[in-house]
Design a protein around this ligand. Structure first.
Ligand SMILES: *[C@@H]1O[C@H](CO)[C@@H](O)[C@H](O)[C@H]1NC(C)=O
Ligand SMILES: *[C@@H]1O[C@H](CO)[C@@H](O)[C@H](O)[C@H]1NC(C)=O
Length: 290
């Protein structure tokens, strides 16, 4: 018998000018699907211009119990956010309301199915020079500032004392079953979907924000397939070692794989180049998947 291993890489690379700062922002994506035939990690990258400000949005959606929630987030989350009336004026509130409303709409769209898909969402939204990182679940966003790794989200693990308290106050339990799990089932304390645990497993995001300055070098968004085996500091130093964000993203997924991570490793790397002043809008896009 020959064991058949499906090793699939997906890479996307594109770069564009980050107009509001005369600097160049480029990003790359890499995903390793591992042995499983079904892929439950999704990502989304969108750019737009609203009221003269450049908007960039990056998201990692790591599904569990099926891919439907993660796929739904890829399709709807950023569109919903841009349609929110307060997106430009009270971005934090808009993100928080959009996350929760999108969860309600996903559950509504799945009402007649007998499914219980769920997903994380780790997103980074740039409005001009201001960065908002919002998180639900155990995907994570880390930045590098002057060479220092700084996490901009705290994983929603059921044994976080504040999360455990919130779940217990709502009448739930956190139990050990190989790892800490809500109701002995789910190994994260917040998620989209997960209808059966919705009372405890909410889609309310935690949001941190930062002004992009000269010291701001890069952004790494990734699913737990990376963070389980690659510490924040290693991720940042690996990503800084590569010129191109696509190569950096690929290096990170490779590092996670060689360090023994299970499947579904997905990451986005965004690099800021503060010195480069471009006079033309350049946008090129290369895609390959094999
Ligand atoms: C939660 O549990 C994990 C083991 O599953 C442990 O590594 C971690 O330190 C714990 N975190 C807290 C906040 O207790
Ligand atoms: C990858 O996806 C599978 C389902 O296709 C899931 O069971 C598994 O937990 C995921 N692995 C990781 C590391 O997220």
């Amino acid at each position: 018998m020959i064991a058949c291993l499906w090793l699939v890489w997906l890479d996307v690379y594109f770069s564009f000018l980050f107009c509001s700062e005369d600097g160049k922002l480029s990003c790359g994506y890499s995903s390793f699907r591992g042995k499983r035939v079904t892929m439950e990690d999704f990502y989304d990258i969108k750019t737009s211009k609203i009221d003269g400000k450049t908007i960039c949005m990056f998201g990692i959606f790591d599904g569990h119990g099926g891919s439907r929630a993660a796929e739904y987030l890829k399709e709807h989350l950023f569109d919903n956010l841009m349609k929110h009336p307060l997106f430009m004026t009270d971005t934090k509130l808009a993100i928080s309301e959009t996350y929760q409303q999108t969860d309600v709409e996903f559950l509504e769209s799945e009402r007649d199915t007998f499914r219980d898909d769920g997903s994380t969402a780790s997103t980074a939204v740039l409005v001009g020079n201001h960065l908002y990182v919002a998180n639900v679940g155990d995907s994570r966003t880390v930045i590098s500032k002057a060479g220092k790794a700084i996490p901009l989200s705290e994983d929603h693990k059921p044994n976080r004392s504040d999360e455990r308290k919130r779940i217990e106050n709502a009448g739930g339990v956190v139990m050990w079953a190989g790892t800490w799990r809500v109701g002995g089932v789910l190994a994260m304390s917040r998620a989209f979907g997960n209808r059966m645990l919705k009372q405890f497993v909410v889609a309310e995001p935690e949001i941190q924000d930062q002004e992009i300055d000269e010291e701001f070098e890069l952004l790494v968004l990734a699913s737990d397939g990376l963070w389980d085996v690659v510490p924040n500091e290693d991720a940042v130093s690996l990503a800084r070692g590569e010129e191109e964000p696509e190569a950096a993203a690929r290096k990170l997924t490779e590092a996670a794989f060689t360090r023994g991570s299970a499947d579904n490793i997905t990451c986005i790397v965004v690099k800021f180049n503060h010195n480069q002043i471009g006079s033309t809008i350049s946008e090129d896009q290369r895609q390959n998947s094999d």
